[in-house]
Design a protein around this ligand. Structure first.
Ligand code: NDP
Length: 452
């Protein structure tokens, strides 16, 4: 087939939308990648002939199942669970589990698709997957969460395994939930194996896994700034979210001399002009993990701060921004506001937090912009290291893991720089760099396997 006979970008996206009706998040994620890949593969006949992009954008399988559980009042509740196994060309499927009422097949397909490129970027042998349920852990008792996790695993255990598919945490799934799911897996299979990551340290977890995503996103930001002989020290930083990724990003920003002005949750954001220092971050961790409270409580605890209900923090003037809550939380208008206010760099701790329009605003303004698939890969990287430790039945020391995490983030940054050059632009296009570097690795493995 001549290159000119190939379907164009618009036709390709149209086909993705037609084949996946009612799945806007998935189509958005595919479009963001395809915009760069079409250009890259234009003169590379093999990728066209073997329909590589079309095949990566069709998950290997989507498993959907019923999850029944009993609440504390004796009511029988029914939820839907999924595991999307997108691509295992370079290693076992790997990706988190999300418990949130907004979870749909579309959201999990977008996350599994993104994960495929992210995992390739880490340089570790991991394919891409994602799972979850439309279960809301908020306001549930420990026993209710335990019963839900056990019921979820009663079905999921058939499809996962240390060499098949290794889930981890994500929104709504932290150490507590991983513990309940691992316990149930072990009970069902009578096997102690590294089938989940993010485990407790007592039973095979890796040091710094909890910190890795937030820390990694800040390391990536530091690496981007270094290309312009700049640093985090003395900069003001706006962060969204107040969960695992956001609190650890805030912690690392403090360690590197930046000043964190905001954090948020789904009800609004807190603004603390004095800075959210380490003591305050510890208070938030306790609030979220132990007391399961809301971020609005911060404003009552710390004088001089305010809680802004129902809003995101992007209007607060800052040098640097880290969206660390959820997908599509930073719109085109938000991006324009950040640029107008003098923001010089954005590092995505969350997955696809910036809308396509927002991404284009950042690219056009030529500010430093790191997409989640590169910037938040620190978490899955340490998960990959947890898999290695579990297989070898060893555990590495913290300093060793810190060094590996920094090295991996530096390697991802270098890959983005290698493929992210753009004629006429003075800054690296990190979106393009991440898309092409991730795609190339998976695509070349797929070519080696033939048509499967
Ligand atoms: P957590 O559940 O620990 O925290 C999520 C945070 O985001 C909470 O503050 C939550 O507020 C907020 N949030 C969730 N949904 C919404 C929404 N619809 N609107 C506004 N705020 C919302 O999750 P994580 O910190 O683990 O994950 C955050 C992001 O990072 C996700 O995009 C996730 O996919 C991504 N990520 C996480 C990794 C990890 O290692 N944990 C690895 C790589 C990426 P509330 O409590 O009100 O819901």
């Amino acid at each position: 087939m001549a290159v000119s006979d190939h379907v164009d970008l618009g036709g390709f996206i149209e086909g993705v939308r037609r084949r996946n009706p009612g799945q806007p998040e998935f189509a958005q994620a595919v479009q963001e990648v395809a915009e760069d890949i079409f250009d890259f593969i234009q003169d590379k006949e093999q990728y066209h002939r073997y329909q590589i992009l079309r095949r990566i954008a069709e998950p290997d399988r989507v498993i959907s199942f019923r999850v029944c559980w009993e609440d504390d009042k004796g009511n029988i509740r029914v939820q839907r669970g999924w595991r999307v196994q997108n691509n295992n060309s370079i290693g076992p499927y790997k990706g988190g589990i999300r418990f949130h009422p907004s979870v749909t097949e579309s959201v999990l397909k977008f996350l599994a698709f993104e994960q495929t490129f992210k995992n390739a970027l880490t340089g570790l042998p991991m394919g891409g997957g994602k799972g979850g349920a439309n279960f809301n852990p908020k306001g549930k008792s420990d026993n209710e969460v335990m019963r839900f996790c056990q019921s979820f695993m009663n079905e999921l255990y058939r499809y996962i395994g240390a060499d098949i598919d290794v889930p981890a945490g994500d929104i709504g799934v932290g150490g507590r939930e991983i513990g309940y799911m691992f316990g149930q897996y072990k009970r069902l299979t009578n096997e102690f194996t590294g089938v989940l990551t993010g485990k407790g340290l007592e039973y095979g977890g890796s040091l710094i896994r909890t910190e890795a995503t937030g820390y990694g996103a800040v390391y990536f930001l530091r690496n981007m700034l270094a290309t312009q002989k700049n640093s985090i020290e003395g900069k003001t930083v706006v962060i969204s979210g107040s969960g695992n990724v956001a609190t650890h990003a805030a912690e690392k920003i403090n360690q590197l001399g930046g000043k964190v002005l905001t954090l948020s949750d789904s009800e609004g954001f807190i603004h603390d002009p004095a800075g959210i220092d380490q003591e305050k971050v510890n208070w938030i961790k306790d609030l979220k993990n132990k007391r399961r409270g809301r971020i609005s409580e911060y404003a009552k605890e710390f004088k001089g701060s305010e809680f802004v209900a129902g809003k995101t923090p992007w209007g607060v003037v800052c040098d640097l921004a880290l969206p660390c809550a959820t997908q599509n939380e930073l719109t085109g208008d938000d991006a324009r506001t950040l640029v107008k206010n003098g923001c010089i760099a954005v590092s995505e701790g969350a997955n696809m937090p910036t809308t396509l329009e927002g991404v284009h605003v950042f690219k056009d303004a030529q500010i430093l912009f790191a997409p989640g698939k590169a910037a938040n890969a620190g978490g899955v990287s340490v998960s990959g290291l947890e898999m290695s430790q579990n297989s070898a039945r060893i555990s590495w020391k913290e300093e060793e893991l810190q060094r590996l995490l920094e090295d991996i983030m530096a390697g991802i940054h270098a890959s983005c720089v290698e493929y992210g050059g753009r004629a006429g632009s003075k800054v690296t296009d990190y979106v393009r760099g991440a898309n092409i570097a991730g795609f190339k690795k998976v695509a070349d493995a797929m070519l080696a396997f033939g048509v499967v």
